[in-house]
Write a protein that binds this ligand. Sequence first.
Ligand code: MLC
Ligand code: AMP
Length: 492
Amino acid sequence: MSLLPLFDLSLRGRATQVALEFAPPGGALVTCTFGNLEARSNRLAHLLRARGLKAGDRLAFFLQNRIEVIDLWLAGVKLGLIVVPVNVLYRERELKHILTDSAPTAVVTSRDLAAFIPPGVAIWDVEALAAEAAANPDTRVAIPADADTPVSLIYTSGTTGASKGAVLTQGNFATNALTLVTAWGISAADRFLCALPLFHVHGLGNGVHCWLLSGCRMRLHERFEHARAAAWFEDFRPTLFFGVPAMFVRLLELPPEQARAVGGRLRLAVSGSAPLPAEVHEKFRQLYGSVILERYGMTETLMNVGNPYEGERRPGTVGLPLAHVAVKICDEAGSPVADGTSGELWVKGPNVCAGYWRRPEATAAAWRDGWFRTGDIGVRAADGYITLQGRRSDLIISGGFNIYPREIEELILERPGVREATVVGAPDPVRGEVPVAYVVVDDTAFDEGAAVAHLRTQLASFKQPKAFVRVPALPRTALGKVQKHLLPKWQA
Ligand code: MLC
Ligand code: AMP
């Protein structure tokens, strides 16, 4: 199984149909047909090949959502490249790690973002690349591919240590998209509003791929802007929307009449990437008359579990295993637990990535007997519905972006006057959680302003601690492990 024959259902099969509306901020809508996308990506593939790229080479992009991201993705699939999407909020230190580890031939970026790219990496300007591509032939270029052909490295922090590249194959993405299009009844008649970032699997593997397979029309925005979202829904009249919980929380701000009208046209709203509070599920239903379908996935596995399209979408649960995936809930020893008992979710199926890029130990630690250990803790009800309850690690998820406390703690500990530091997720009504730092400091030597300013240069904005709470000591177990739950609660 590979991606291009699936994309061809639209790229070739629906060549004259409008595929995409892109709304650049402040600019006029740009529309293009599936045939245009086929031609654009062929031209780019010719150019990339002329620049020496061949199957298996990495090519990174560090871009906000725009049509060129789709061109790059399609050209990458056609040439058998390994595309490395990079979060636009990452800054030099985070970029350096990813770009050193994946060693791409180049990183494609825009003028405003190029300054964050560390020295030593070839930078290809997205506009210049597009202009040069336009002069190339539009004939199809494609190498043979199968389910095992790697297509992307997507960086995720896993449970510990530096972030690792999950090696995702054409088979992983193809399986995921086929299952979702079938399970959610997505068809060419749908109108899909996409404001999710295309550098994560939610926007790319679910959004872009379901669009290309089904041949529906996609309206793409550079990013989600809550102040504009109402106008987008009004103007585009989507039948399909995928979002992270923070987006659904923002959408509760719409006036009731407008929300009803939007909900009346919405065939399906899907939430994932972080827990959707049952209260938000219920408020959305009341306001929009639409029952959100919550599903659960990961970068390493794409989608695993989802509430049914037909049948009960149970608030607070992630539903039932998707068709392609086997799920078992295990105790520490790896034995399945009884229904109603908490354990770690282990998954197996053609959706699970091929391993971590050049990290055999990390790969060996995460897989056992062909099962991938997700690190997520959950429980299965007697009727099969799965509820997620937390994680084995102390991962913080803020607005759907993952944060590993250790990364922030290490940077804080480097500051003068800091004796101890720990970072925890504090509840936040919109983003679910936000990071807060607890520090034990020498007051005369610690300069909080300087620490904040330093962290801003080192970390993506969503990882910035919302506060530095000074405590006399960190509560620890006899073995020295910080007891995060005993720290005083922080409120904004
Ligand atoms: C967010 N920000 C951006 C940005 N996205 N800045 C520039 N470009 C972008 N694309 C920054 C803002 O600058 C701001 O920084 C902060 O994020 C919040 O912005 P906001 O405008 O106030 O938005 P808000 O209403 O809070 O909503 C945030 C959000 C964002 C929902 C738009 O969190 C988001 O796009 N999340 C999607 C994450 C995602 O796709 N995850 C999928 C991972 S895959 P500051 O400085 O104010 O903090 C996965 C597997 C699975 O998990 O199951 O899907
Ligand atoms: P990422 O590494 O960015 O792909 O994030 C994957 C993690 O997001 C999973 O391991 C879960 O912890 C979390 N996640 C995804 N979907 C859900 C959901 N519906 N509910 C709770 N957590 C989720």
